[in-house]
Every structure is written in structure tokens, then in C-alpha cells.
Ligand binder design. Sequence first.
Ligand SMILES: [Zn+2]
Length: 53
Amino acid sequence: MEEDIKVVSSDTETISCDGGEDGLGHPAVYYTFNNENKIVCGYCGKIFIKKED
Ligand SMILES: [Zn+2]
């Protein structure tokens, strides 16, 4: 399975994921970074990386 990685700006605290546009959509969910710099969506496996300055 191809990994989908999205890098977000360092001041982002909360991200949302709805599965993207490739037919793997799911209900929109929200995640907070909570001192981590990586979030993996529990629905679709998309990876969100917080960009460090
Ligand atoms: Zn997702």
C-alpha cells in the first residue's frame, strides 16, 4: 500500500482527515499533535508530519 504523507506547518495543532480524493474516503476525523510531530490517521493510514522550523 502506498503511503500518503502530508507535511503541515509548524504552527498547526489540529488536522482533519477525510480519506482524500482517491476513493478511500471516510468520515472526517480530527487529530491534535499533543507534543508529537507525527499523526497517523486511524482510518486510512495517511501520515501527517509537522514541519520543524
Ligand atoms: Zn484518514
